[in-house]
Design a protein around this ligand. Structure first.
Ligand code: ATP
Ligand code: PRP
Ligand code: MG
Length: 282
């Protein structure tokens, strides 16, 4: 049975569970449940703290897990990323009062508070910067500045609202970019079960990113229309019960669907319909 770690709280939890649901897996209905066995799919889900997931997977106790790329990197363990999931996107930055520092080289001799000490230490070492200290905190890292615990922080930034609210500025370039990822032990070989799990999640990603577009078009205009949207593997073209016309079905990126419809209409497409994809293997 495949054993998979799922974040039990925080930014990753709800979206990871939603994705597993969409992939057809049984998920817990009570937040007190720590393990759920999905007999039908031969898979067991362990609900764990996001920060611990790379440790469990890296030690081989669990086969795979969903966590943040930043947490995986900070763990510095033997687990590796095998699939990016596109949610919980964030960047990781140094930040401080507007006059505290302009770039990483100004951090020489400063005390830095962070929940990601290993990432910060490596980044500073890579830039030849020697801080006065790195203070590890679990959260609310921004408050360390106000309380005088640190000169500068290194933290997750999503919208930037938290920093703006406190009048803090980003210092230098992003240290890393993160999103939710599936991880696996580096020494694990692919099994049929792990491949199936990844294929299912990959199918959810495609189903979320693409829609199906159907339209009718006169045969004369077909080439122009296909040039606008040619699909992942080429469009399906069927004869229409109307002399000289065809019906076309094609997958297009969700984000581009409306602009593609505008362009198709201009080359003569009619009855253009968009349909959401619930699941797929593409
Ligand atoms: N505001 C945010 N937006 C997007 N991703 C975030 C945000 N805050 C944290 N993350 C991501 O969530 C993961 C951290 O997991 P963690 O459990 O600490 O989440 P959290 O949302 O910060 O939870 P907590 O409420 O315990 O602080 C990391 O991958 C991090 O990049
Ligand atoms: O750029 P923003 O959209 O404002 O998001 C970034 C904030 O979100 C996270 O905090 P969280 O809510 O997880 O609280 P924490 O500091 O206690 O971890 C992170 O640590 C930042 O403080
Ligand atoms: Mg947090």
């Amino acid at each position: 049975m495949l054993r998979v770690a799922v974040p039990n709280k925080g930014s990753l939890h709800a979206k990871a569970v939603a994705m597993l649901h969409e992939a057809g897996y049984l998920q817990r209905t009570d937040s007190k449940e720590l393990v759920v066995t999905d007999e039908a799919n031969n898979i067991e889900f362990f609900y764990l703290r996001p920060r611990d997931i790379a440790t469990y997977v890296g030690s081989g106790k669990l086969d795979m897990g969903i966590t943040g790329r930043d947490l995986l990197i900070d763990s510095a363990g033997p687990a590796e990323e095998v699939l990016a999931l596109g949610f919980a996107r964030s960047t990781f930055h140094f930040a401080g009062d507007p006059d505290s520092a302009r770039g990483v080289h100004d951090l020489h001799g400063k005390v830095i508070a962070t929940s990601y000490p290993s990432v910060v230490a490596k980044h500073l070492a890579d830039h030849g910067v020697d801080p006065a200290g790195i203070v590890r905190l679990d959260g609310a890292v921004e408050t360390a500045l106000r309380l005088g615990v640190a000169d500068v922080i290194a933290d997750v930034v999503e919208t930037g609202a938290t920093l703006a609210h406190l009048g803090l500025r980003i210092i230098g370039e992003p240290i890393m970019r993160s999103e939710a990822v599936v991880i696996q032990d580096r020494s694990d070989t692919k099994t049929e079960a792990s491949t199936r799990f990844l294929r299912r999640l990959g199918g959810v990603l495609v189903a979320r990113d693409y829609v199906l577009l159907d339209y009718d078009i006169e045969a004369n205009n077909l080439e122009a229309a296909v040039a606008i949207a040619s699909g992942k593997e080429g469009p399906t073209i069927s004869p229409l019960h109307r002399e000289g016309w065809a019906a076309v079905r094609v997958m297009v990126p969700t984000a581009e669907a409306h602009s593609i419809m505008d362009q198709l209409e201009q080359v003569g497409a009619r009855a253009i319909l968009v349909t959401q994809i619930r699941a797929c293997r593409a």
